[in-house]
Structure formats: structure tokens, C-alpha cells
Write a protein that binds this ligand. Sequence first.
Ligand code: PXL
Length: 273
Amino acid sequence: MANGGVLISQDLSCAGQVSSSVALPILGASGMRPTLLPTAILSTHTGFKDNTYLDLSGEMPKIVEHWRKNKINFDALYLGYLGKNALDFWLQNIDQLKRDEQVVLIDPAMADHGKMYRGLDEEYVAKMQKLISKATILTPNITEAAFLLDKDLTEVTLEKAQEFANELTEEFAISNVIITGISISKEKIGEVGITENKNWSLIQEKLPGSFFGTGDMFASAFLAAVMHGNNLEKSCSIAADFIRLAIMNTDQDPLFGPNYAAGLPWLLQELEK
Ligand code: PXL
């Protein structure tokens, strides 16, 4: 049985440090032997105007079939930004692709700062609501959490995020839910989690600026930490510190994402502990 390491399924936004462009190097450097099932190729993420978009959902079943013939399977599945047709693919195929005892991390990348990403709509949310019940770990930001619960985002506080995390766990029967990047104030950012019925929260000093792709970088480092045997709270703390180092050392336009390379040596050292 050939083991393909961690399967990442998300888009490739060619320019900038988001989605596959950060998931592959972070998980690769961490020794996770990532395999990619690409969902689409874009010139840039959809935060830029007029990006190109090549849908790859027609290729996905062929790729997966070839893997099946070669008995290639995975220790973990990590789904990030999918796009409409790839979300349909995953809804139809996740049961065949996932195995018992496997980590299934779903980062329902579809919205931020109270708004859906350009091109995604209510129907996308409704389908994502179906997919997330397959996750063993869900890592939405607070905007995504609100959309998944069909709620308005009226306040951004740790208490509200904790309430959302608990509701997501109950409504979708997911054992582990972590809400990431909660901007509590100008100076503070935090994460809340519910892990096997236990609630926890973390707070870090917030750095100025809002960078595209931070959630992708967070989920990738978080998964690397989980696969190295850290518990979810510790993994979350490692991912948050990694993002902080990356942002502290970013001098490019926030549209291009944080400079993950600046945090990578620290991350790798931390994972060796
Ligand atoms: O990082 C989130 C992301 C990933 N992929 C695509 C996006 C975005 C956010 O806008 O548009 C294509």
C-alpha cells in the first residue's frame, strides 16, 4: 500500500502566498510528504479584480482514480478553498476517499471580515454545511462560523466565538472545532477551540494589518503540528506564533499574504521538540 502522506485539496492561486502555494511548502518542509489534488488554477486569489479561473473539477475524478489503481492513500485529508465545482466533487467523493482513523481537516475557506469571497454565494454555504459534518477538525474564521450557522455576525468576542464553536460541534457532530483569527481588539487576536467536549481559548498580541492567506498558513502549520503529535490547543498556539513571525517579517503588499518563509525555521524547530 503506497502511502501518499497528507492530501491537500485546494486551489492554486498562482501569484501570492495563499492556498496551495503555502500549504505545500509548509507541510512539505514539516516532513508531511504532501500530495495535491488541485481544485482550480487562478492568476491570483479573488481579492484581486478580474482574476483568471481554470476549473479543474473535471480532472479531479481522473486523478483520484489513478491513485486508487496505484493504492495510494493518505494519513490525513486537508481541504481548503475549493470553489463551486470542486465542492460538489468532494461532497460526492469524500466517503470513498476518507478512511477510519484519518485526520480530516476542513478549513471552510469561503469568507472573511463579514463577507463571502467574490464568486461564492448562499448555495456554496449550504453545500459546505453538508461537507463539514465529515470533518474530524474544522477551522473556520468567525465570519465562516457565522455563515455555517446561518447567523449574523453581530459581535466579535471570544465569548461569541466560543458559543459558535460549541454550536458547530453540536449541530454538525464534529468533535473538534477551532475558530481562528478572532480580532478581539486593536491589540489582541485569539482563537477558541472545543476539543472532545473541552473548551479552551488563546490570546496573542495583534500586529497591524490584515493579510490574505493568513487562514491558509494557519491551517497548514496547525496540521503539521497535529501530525507531529501535538494536542490541538498546543498546535493552535504553534500556528499562531508562526503567523506572528511571518507577519512581523512581511514587507510586501498584504494582498500577497504574509512572508511564511520568515517563520519556517522556527516552526521546524518547534515541531522537532
Ligand atoms: O486564502 C483564501 C483564498 C484561497 N483561494 C482563493 C481565494 C482566497 C481568498 O480570497 O480567493 C482562490
